[in-house]
Write a protein that binds this ligand. Structure first.
Ligand code: ADP
Ligand code: ASP
Ligand code: MG
Length: 758
């Protein structure tokens, strides 16, 4: 006997239900099939919403109900031939009349108890399973519909009923004997208590129905058919590189599901593990895919970690106080209090000093927990031995799972290392002695980044995604974008690095795209973007909180250079060709360096000096290997090189400078190059990188332009240079007479007398 369960999306519409029929039709007829169906996706939510609206006196529930009726009637019309439809159409109408009656009752009584919630929610599965049963019959697949409420007996904990397995097994034996041989179709999720009231097994509980029936009837196999190709290494909606796991142990599957992998409802595994019944998770929309097999074998296939999952909406409760140390009974009282208020504890940590106990619970329990715990410890709180309970909300738990982690040291080191490097603060840690699960409590806002970096570290050893925020699209910026575009494929294929530009700005506009901006079309996209605002750009980058984020400053803007100090604290790296930050005050330069180290971010500015030559990195290497830098002498200005190489006294000096500007050699403001400021910035950066504490004012600049050139605007600058053509010609002729060339040389030397500049 095999038990198959099809989830909400698998039966969401007629097209999908036909896929389900094809899957079922291919099963060998020798094996008896029991097929469990969920409600059509979204139905349970909508039914419960109707109840909630009615209990608040809102008549809008009627519209939602009307839509539900319409959706189900349409489904019947699409699935069944015209002459077979009428009885099913009236069945659907009749069922929803019952729902409406219940809603009217709720409206009148102004009350929506757990019992009524279960009653209303049950209609989703009751209707879907009967519609599909009729469709199967009309497609020539013989089957019988059975009410799961006759099989599964539970207690009366409505909305989350506990199964009476002994009774359920007995029911199953009797009923399946009666129907042996034929295909049975049943609604998932629903059951009944001893008095015959409808109960439900908890949201997502149809998986559990399959497990209960499979275990009770001694199935040889249980298949959970859903909308993904198996249990994945992480939630595919959050981690786009998640991969399907081929094989997983019961324990691992259980840990993953308990920590948020909602592909399988957590209680599902236990009854199947007890009876050693193998479980497959398969994809209704890609039945040929392998899927995941869950079984008892301990896998030794080299993977120490099997998957990661997470739960959001966690509150961390901390009970602290010096009066707790060495005194037995505190934890007992804490947990008894939580249990007596039906507050489920998800994670527990206690430092060995016993000075504090920390527990993770679902956020909505936090107010109740605070009230109850403070009341329990009121005496100690009053005496000052224990502090009132501290609650931190909006937290999340991430869990790394794998049976083999216990025999491999260093996994937790890697886990916390990678979180730390990415600026994810870990607030509490729990690892069971089975070492099958390492859990960490982090801030809810970091969840996306944390899951992705952990996935990269443990499941994509050779794959890395870089998320770039590029500011500046002038000469250098647009070349850089072109280069990234050209190299994207190569980097991905050969180096397994995916470089994406997720934010882009120039002085006018900015755009963002979490999937990466289309670099073949960035100019048009940027032009249509919103108005640029530096603070907003930085803020968005911080809020997006993507892993491996890098801010690339390809501007020459002072305001942009002033933002780095706000970027590093989010563990976002900065790569700048903008020289302003590194040549600003020594205090700011060292502050940035410190921040980047403190927050594990890179601060790279190799192109500040020597363009693409590895000058800064070579200096750093020399220092690291114990050398001291005594002297530097360098021609540092590309602009001045161009100008001196092309000026021969025939064309005007001003026209050669203009040509350098037009060809993209100069800073946006050419006066910075011609006046020597750019060279001063560069030698300052080199001196600082050589370990020298130095400011711009410490540098002597022997400029060669008449001072009047710098009095007005850029236009005046050109005009003034023209006026002084004879000055430039004289410089040139004097050099030529000595068979020399003009150069603007920066010199740095450290001597017993101090530091010399250029
Ligand atoms: P069904 O309606 O078939 O029961 P669910 O929506 O309950 O389906 O569960 C399937 C969904 O679970 C997937 O679409 C996926 O988004 C989510 N999911 C979360 N974690 C995982 C994981 N580790 N592996 C696979 N799916 C996961
Ligand atoms: N229909 C129920 C729910 O939405 C049960 C299920 O789909 O598994 O929670
Ligand atoms: Mg489900």
């Amino acid at each position: 006997m095999q038990v198959l369960k099809f989830g909400g999306t698998s039966v969401a519409n007629a097209q999908n239900i036909k896929k389900v029929r094809d899957i079922v039709a291919q099963k060998p007829s020798s094996d008896q099939l029991i097929i469990i169906f969920s409600a059509i996706s979204g139905t349970t939510d909508r039914l419960l919403q109707c109840g909630r609206l009615a209990s608040g006196g809102h008549l809008e529930f009627r519209e939602i109900l009307q839509q539900l009726v319409q959706d189900h009637l349409n489904l019947v019309k699409e699935l069944l031939p015209l002459n077979n439809q009428s009885s099913l159409l009236s069945f659907v109408v009749h069922q929803f009349h019952e729902v409406e009656d219940i809603c009217n009752g709720i409206l009148l009584l102004n009350e929506f108890s757990g019992r009524t919630q279960d009653r209303i929610a049950s209609f989703g599965e009751l209707i879907s399973s009967q519609v599909i049963s009729a469709f199967f019959s009309s497609s020539g697949i013989k089957n019988e519909w059975l009410d799961a409420r006759k099989l599964i007996t539970t207690d009366s904990t409505f909305t989350y009923a506990a199964v009476n397995f002994r009774k359920t097994e007995e029911n199953c034996r009797q009923l399946t004997a009666l129907h042996s041989g034929s295909m049975l179709i049943m609604p998932g999720f629903i059951a009944s208590d001893e008095k015959g009231n409808t109960t439900t097994l908890g949201r997502g509980g149809s998986d559990y129905t399959a497990a209960i029936i499979g275990a009770a009837a001694g199935a040889s196999l249980v298949e959970i058919w859903t909308d993904v190709s198996g249990m994945m290494t992480a939630d595919p909606r959050v981690v786009s590189n998640a991969k399907a796991i081929k094989e997983i142990s019961y324990h691992e599957a259980m840990e993953l599901s308990h920590f948020g992998a909602r592909v399988i409802y957590p209680p599902t595994i236990q009854p199947l593990m007890d009876k050693k019944i193998p479980v497959w998770i398969k994809n209704t929309f890609a039945p040929e895919d392998h899927g995941t097999e869950i079984n008892a074998t301990l896998l030794m296939n080299g993977n120490t970690t099997r998957g990661i999952s997470s739960i959001n909406g966690i509150a961390l409760l901390s009970l602290e106080g010096s009066g707790m140390v060495g005194i037995p009974g505190f934890s007992r009282r804490l947990f008894e209090t939580l249990a007596s208020h039906h507050i489920n504890v998800i994670l527990i940590t206690q430092a060995s000093s016993e000075h504090s106990i920390c527990v993770g619970v679902e956020e909505h329990f936090s107010a109740k927990a605070k009230e109850a715990i403070d009341a329990t410890f009121s005496f100690e709180i009053e005496k000052g031995n224990v502090n009132p309970l501290v609650i931190e909300k909006a937290m999340a738990i991430i869990a790394l799972v794998g049976d083999q982690m216990k025999s491999h040291p260093g996994i937790s080191g890697r886990m916390f290392g990678v979180l730390g490097r990415n600026g994810v603060n870990v607030r509490a840690i729990a690892q069971g002695s089975s070492e099958r699960n390492i859990s960490a409590v982090i801030c809810g806002a970091d969840i996306l980044k944390a899951l992705n970096v952990l996935h990269e570290e443990f499941f994509e050893a050779t794959f890395k995604q870089l998320n770039l925020y590029v500011a500046g699209t002038g000469n250098v910026g647009s070349k850089l974008l072109g280069q990234i575009f050209q190299q994207q494929d190569f980097l991905q294929r050969h180096l397994r690095v995916q470089v994406r530009v997720v934010g882009l700005a120039n002085s006018r506009h900015m755009i963002f795209s979490e999937d990466g901006i289309d670099l073949s079309n960035w100019k048009i996209l940027l032009q249509k973007g919103e108005k640029m605002n530096t603070d907003t750009f930085i803020q968005r980058m911080q809020e997006k909180n993507l892993r491996n984020s890098i801010f690339v400053d390809v501007t020459a803007n002072e305001m942009v250079a002033g933002t780095y100090e706000f970027i590093f604290p989010k563990s976002i790296s900065v790569v700048a060709c903008n020289k302003i930050a590194c040549s600003s005050s020594f205090e700011y330069y060292t502050k940035l360096k410190k921040l980047s180290t403190e927050f594990n971010a890179q601060f790279l500015f190799e192109t500040n000096v020597g363009a693409s030559l590895p000058v800064i990195v070579s200096l750093n290497d020399l220092l690291r290997s114990g050398d001291n830098i005594h002297t530097m002498e360098a021609v540092l200005s590309g602009t001045l090189n161009f100008v001196f190489n092309n000026y021969d006294g025939k064309k005007s000096f001003a026209s050669v400078v203009k040509q350098a500007q037009d060809e993209g050699y100069t800073e946006p403001d050419p006066r910075l190059d011609l006046g020597g400021t750019d060279v001063m910035r560069k030698i300052l950066i080199l001196a600082r990188e050589a370990g020298q504490k130095m400011e711009m004012e410490d540098i002597t600049n022997n400029g060669f332009l008449p001072a009047s050139c710098f009095d007005g605007s850029v236009d005046d600058f050109y005009k003034e240079m023209l006026k002084h053509e004879s000055h430039f010609k004289k410089l040139y002729d004097e050099a030529a007479a000595k068979n020399c060339k003009l150069k603007f040389v920066a010199q740095y030397s450290i001597s017993p007398l101090g530091v010399g500049g250029a």
